[in-house]
Design a protein around this ligand. Sequence first.
Ligand code: T1G
Length: 705
Amino acid sequence: MPDLVKLSLHDDIAVITIDNPPVNALGPGVPEGIAEAIKAAGANEKIRAIVMIGAGQTFIAGADIREFGKIVSGTRPRLDLSPYLRVIEDARKPVVVAIHGTALGGGLETAMSAHYRVIAPGAQVGQPEVKLGLIPGAGGTQRLPRLAGVLKAVEMCAVGESIKAEEAVSLGIADRLIEGDLLAGAVAFAREFAGHSAPKTRERNEKLQATNPVIFAAARDQARKRGRGMIAPLAAIDAVEAATQLPFDEGCAREAELFNKCLFSTQSKALIHAFFGERTVAKIPGIPKTIKPLEIRRAAIVGAGTMGGGIAMTYANAGIPVIVKETNKEALDRGISTVHNNYATSVAKGRLSQQSMDERLSRITPQLSYDGFDQADIIVEAVFESMAVKKQVFSELDKIARPDCILASNTSSLDIDEIASATSRPDMVIGNHFFSPANVMRLLEVVRGRETSSEVIATSMALGKKLGKIAVLAGNCRGFIGNRMVAPYLREAQFLVEEGASVEQVNQALYDFGMAMGPLAMDDLTGLDVSYAIRREFERLEKPGVRKPLVPDLLCEQRRFGQKTGRGWSKYDANRQPSPDPETAELIERSARQAGIARRKIASDEIVDRCIYALVNEGARILEEGIALRSIDIDITYLYGYGFPAWRGGPMFYADTVGVHRVLARIEELEKEHGPDLWAPAALLQNLVARDRSFASFDEGKEGS
Ligand code: T1G
């Protein structure tokens, strides 16, 4: 067992160093090591005070999240850090914690159990447990309000965002900002307070006095809006409230009760799945670690439309100069003014300084020619979703761009290999599918073609991280991972309104399930004309005689494209607020009648089953074909690109929580009702059920999982 906690002496000051790479998590052996070191320093008469610091990049980034699964499965005893924190708090000599990098979750709780905290500029502290479906479980909801006040403690525990060092000092969480050598500064600080009686955070009750209960009611309202469906934020508020109503130890007991309720919840499993998923998707089996990503210093974009403009902002925001080319001045001006307005809105909302806006705009060069494209390290094509147009553009770029320049297409569905065939360098061609609005949505679907080189794939994945995106690698097929699955999801939603459900009922059912918005509302947002164009591109591949939704094409023929034209499945006012559209309802009813479709009352359960299981079934096929590397890649795609609720873990994780055998049974029922062309179960799903396995166990068999 490596020495996870080291004790060294700096004359009369003991220094305890936590060394558990990569983030000094409080894994097995760390709390025990800290307690032992405190006791050893306490027993050494020469020692007058103690400093605790983290080795490497950060102080303690929390409890070891990998342990939670073992606790829930019963292979590890329940987590109880409070005895170790008591050893720190009750130490006979002052304990000073020195924070650099991060002090998160159990890391901040450890720091707050010490008598003093000093912090380096740029460090961050926080209680992010709610993002894992948990609450602080080691006294954080009891000690934080005693240091930072109740209002701030509620916000930090219920929202989970970290705060910067300067704010931590102004709030009283930290006692001093240490510029320069943190350890030297901490040792000097400890020497200053050596021999003084050390304040115990648990006894500092002054900031709990006269707490206005309205704080908690307001926080609960906000939590219900922001964390719709989540239990942890409400539990965190309950725990902080307990700090204002109960003595410290009883408050900690209440916290532990709420913590364990969250820990053993499916929501926490789902959010921990998502936490590790975000990191797993970056690991691409078969790409040797020796492959170094190419450097991307300059970029260029073809197309200044909604996507082109958003992609330009993404590059500029990441500090990469970018050229944006359009075919005519009117389109270019329209595109750049949208970019300008987006930045101005952020400045107006105080999310961006005017100076940053100016800097970012200065990195964007709008133009009507390919000048400078021969200097770019990557060129992203973001033109109209037509194969002919894209091939034309790629053949032009092939003649202009440097041989080592990556040619990326922002296509959301079209064949990357066919696009690459318009060039002499298919190994340098890749899909970089951004999601609208590209400067906001965090997902980047990286699509490998048959000949895309490992270097180009590695570069795109690394570039995704640099652009602040979650990059997921997908194979080349119609719609890749995300849009291929969304097609049957939308199909079912459109069938359900033909069969009798209202547009509002379908949207509400999936919204209540936790989706950011209903499927038809999403269709109206992305634009019915976009999916119309894609349907036309793939019409030739459609199997004749298979039932197809009747209404979307009719709406398009009446130029009802959704939000962008104020009418689609729903009507939209000037603020894009939806309302039922009686004309659409009438059109649906008439089309169904003409097609002889019986209309009936439909329960919300059926709506959810058909839409979500359509996702799962197609997801299983995508895994069979290797279009997605692991089921976690599908889940992360849906969490960050399609508004699937993180507390349900993603479509494949959700299927595992329901039980793949139950999912298969329901799909077989739907197959009987609607036929195999629409609902034949995926072979992988049948295979997992036959072998009593799950999508999670499917991933375990995969490298990099
Ligand atoms: N436990 C286990 N592994 C962790 C970990 C943790 N707390 N934090 C990070 N890792 C792994 C991560 O999976 C990755 O592994 C590697 O470290 C580098 O992470 C009792 C109940 C600290 C800001 O929620 O937010 O304390 O992929 O890629 O971008 O009340 O990691 O290399 O194999 O993210 O520099 C609360 C979680 C826990 C913080 C660094 N703490 N971590 O970001 O690196 S619950 C958190 C982070 C708790 C107590 C409760 C970030 C980071 P691999 P990385 P990074």
